[in-house]
Ligand binder design. Structure first.
Ligand SMILES: C[S@@+](CC[C@H](N)C(=O)[O-])C[C@H]1O[C@@H](n2cnc3c(N)ncnc32)[C@H](O)[C@@H]1O
Length: 202
């Protein structure tokens, strides 16, 4: 069935790659070149270049369902280790928690995805996979598609991520950092499974 889905912090759309073709997707991405690559991949989606945090807070209620993938660097264990090494404090970005709280309060269907955070989370995740934590309106009873743990090494190439995740590769020069865009991507099978459970019931 056709539903209106907000895909916030869209990246190159790894999470969205296997979504049904009759979902009407609006994607919000702040980086113009990443947004252009997303638009090339998903020409039927509406793509907005802008701030997804404001968009989620102001407009998520207009959609049937929301997926949000806020940036992870201020929450990740690795970033914490690196910051400590250089004697720096890492301040977790509170916008992650504001978005989860807002989507919960709206009472609609949602998924928020991030890394395993390095501190006590103010809101416990509903689904834990090897790479990600998910906060969702309706967790799947059982996850069959869980991938992507073993290849996250410093020497992993963009094309290795593409092969492992089952995503079309990124041409050089399309986005500012092809390795980062690929590494950021949710494994499509996991993106479908989590979204299908969370957005079910229409
Ligand atoms: C974790 S990645 C998204 C991965 C994506 N869900 C996928 O599966 O391919 C986060 C994305 O958010 C974008 N971003 C960061 N801050 C943003 C903001 N304030 N508004 C919109 N997009 C933002 C980054 O450029 C990056 O592409």
């Amino acid at each position: 069935m056709s539903i209106d889905v907000l895909n916030a912090y869209a990246g190159i759309g790894g999470n969205r790659h296997l979504w049904p073709s009759d979902w009407n997707v609006t994607a919000v991405e702040i980086d113009e070149r990443v947004a252009a690559e997303y638009a090339r991949r998903y020409p039927n989606d509406t793509v907005i270049v802008g701030d997804a945090h404001a968009y989620v807070l102001e407009r998520a209620h207009r959609f049937d369902a929301t997926w949000a993938s806020p940036p992870c660097p201020s929450h990740s264990r690795l970033a914490k280790v690196v910051a400590s090494r250089y004697g720096r404090e890492l301040q977790p970005d509170p916008r992650l928690w504001e978005e989860i709280a807002h989507l919960r309060e709206l009472g609609g269907r949602y998924v928020v995805e991030n890394v395993h955070v390095y501190y006590e989370p103010p809101i416990a995740p509903d689904v834990v996979t090897p790479r990600h934590w998910y906060w969702t309106s309706n967790p799947p009873l059982m996850l069959t598609a869980v991938h992507g743990t073993n290849i996250l090494r410093p020497d992993t190439r963009a094309e290795d991520y593409a092969t492992a995740y089952g995503l079309p590769p990124l041409e050089r020069g399309t986005v500012p950092d092809i390795r980062k865009a690929m590494r950021n991507a949710v494994v499509p099978a996991e993106g479908l499974e989590i979204a299908a459970a969370a957005f079910a019931g229409f």
